[in-house]
Write a protein that binds this ligand. Structure first.
Ligand SMILES: C[S@@+](CC[C@H](N)C(=O)[O-])C[C@H]1O[C@@H](n2cnc3c(N)ncnc32)[C@H](O)[C@@H]1O
Length: 447
């Protein structure tokens, strides 16, 4: 294999390249090339088309390089395509040792190294250090058993969504996490207010949330990337005038949001997120901006006849208080820090159903619309639920929780736990008026 310095002009990118290089990725490669120089060649075919190293080439162009070190491969056709995929995929399969957090922490204190050139930023390193601390808090073992003993109803570290949400599952956080333990990957395909993620006892290596609602997905995406801005737009007095006018403006943005959210690096629209949060906090039906907006009213009955000038409760889960929280920025900041490394997706549930770890290391919290809402969703729910049940049966080694009404599912070998919306968790009790149940897969830990 011989490495040659080739003129950049003699090289071109593969138009069919399957690997996307968002700006953040190119910036990191640029910083790395600047800091370390080019330490390994790119791979091009005999005609100068890049087979491996498209990102490096783009970064080199951005740096104004005239030449680049390259190896010419004899691979061509399907072999060349396969190698290009292998080059990226195989690197993805490696995992980091836990010592990484400490080493990065040392490196960022060293002025002679630009930490951005390593591809990590301060928030990434803080999150890794946080994971490590969580592991150590629980005895430094990766066993699930210790965490299973932790659940308690009131937790000082519990972060909540700043808006109330229909079907919110806060009440069953201990019930679920006791059976999930410490998965390596956590997926919440119907996230809504993401109560289960936010209530987790453990930060998984990879956490993914998804929702079909663009407003929900945009909210979490924006809080992840720009919590301060979202706080700024959400922290505003409630007024009848703005309530409906803003709802119309937001609904008109649905398509634009979907377009932005399709790009995993899009930071969200903070203004839409803040306005939506404020509206959702003020909407008596808890479905601000849904297409059925005829039913929407400002929550005047619980907030006083003229609530102009007051602020939404923002933090609470009930529409019974119009007290503004004292420091919305710090609330959004806390949320932003918690979800900094969470992947926020927008689409149907199946978009998020991908995992790399062994099935038993993966936890999935399914909280889809219930069967009884089929008429509201025009028969779509049954189709979705049937697909989910098939997925569940096929993946029962995963730690899965599936929410529904008692009797909704017939999953043999799964543990069904009833709970009551109105009060504390009950199991098989006659006190259960709300008919709620959760199906736990055989892959879950014992309750
Ligand atoms: C019952 S709510 C989830 C509540 C959530 N567990 C919480 O604690 O707030 C169901 C969510 O599923 C979303 N949804 C409905 N159909 C969907 C689909 N086919 N794929 C993904 N999300 C969907 C809705 O937008 C809604 O946010």
């Amino acid at each position: 294999m011989s490495i040659t310095m080739m003129l950049m002009d003699a090289i071109h990118e593969d138009p069919a390249n399957l690997r996307a290089h968002p700006e953040s990725n190119i910036n990191a490669i640029r910083a790395s090339l600047k800091e370390f120089g080019q330490q390994k060649p790119i791979v091009v075919d005999q005609g100068g088309k890049i087979v491996a190293g498209n990102g490096t080439f783009k970064a080199a162009v951005a740096l104004g390089w005239k030449r680049i070190a390259a190896v010419k491969t004899k691979l061509e056709g399907i072999k060349s395509v396969a190698y290009a995929i292998a080059d990226n995929r195989i690197a993805e399969l490696a995992t980091w040792e836990t010592e990484l957090a400490g080493v990065l922490d040392e490196l960022r204190k060293d002025d002679s190294i630009d930490i951005g050139s390593i591809g990590f930023d301060d928030a990434d390193i803080d999150a890794l250090l946080g994971d490590l601390a969580t592991e150590q808090d629980h005895g430094g073992s990766s066993s699930d058993r210790d965490i299973a003993d932790l659940p308690k109803d009131e937790r000082s570290d519990l972060v909540m969504a700043p808006f109330p949400y229909f079907g919110n599952k806060r009440k069953v956080i201990p019930l679920v996490w006791k059976r999930f333990g410490r998965p390596k990957q956590y997926i919440e395909p119907f996230c809504g207010s993401a109560a289960m993620l936010l209530g987790s006892y453990h930060v998984a290596k990879l956490e993914v949330i998804n929702d079909l609602s663009g407003f929900i997905a945009n909210f979490w995406r924006s809080v992840k990337h720009q919590p301060e801005k979202v706080a700024e737009f959400a922290d505003y007095p409630v007024s009848h005038l703005d309530f409906r006018m803003r709802e119309n403006a937001l609904v008109a943005k649905v398509k634009e949001l979907a377009g932005g959210l399709a790009d995993p690096d899009w930071p969200g629209d903070a203004k839409v997120a803040g306005w939506w949060c404020l509206g959702q906090c003020s909407d008596i039906g808890l479905s601000y901006c849904s297409t059925d907006s005829a039913s929407h009213q400002l929550a005047t009955t619980v907030q006083g006849l003229d609530c102009s000038g007051s602020k939404p409760h923002i933090k609470g889960q009930r529409l019974t208080s119009n007290t503004a929280i004292s420091d919305p920025r710090s609330l959004f900041d806390t949320l932003g820090t918690r979800i900094k490394r969470v992947k926020v997706l927008h689409g149907t549930w199946d978009r998020s159903m991908w995992f790399n770890d062994a099935p038993n290391d993966v936890a999935v919290f399914f909280d889809p619309p219930y069967r009884s809402y089929d008429d509201v969703y025009r028969d779509e729910v049954t189709v979705v639920l049937d697909d989910i049940v098939s997925w569940c049966k096929e993946h029962s080694d995963c730690r899965i929780a599936l929410c529904g009404h008692d009797g909704d599912y017939d999953l043999s070998g799964w543990d069904v736990v009833q709970w009551d919306k109105g009060g504390a968790t009950v199991s098989g009790s006659t006190k259960n008026k709300s008919n709620e149940a959760i199906w736990f897969s055989p892959g879950c830990l014992d309750g």
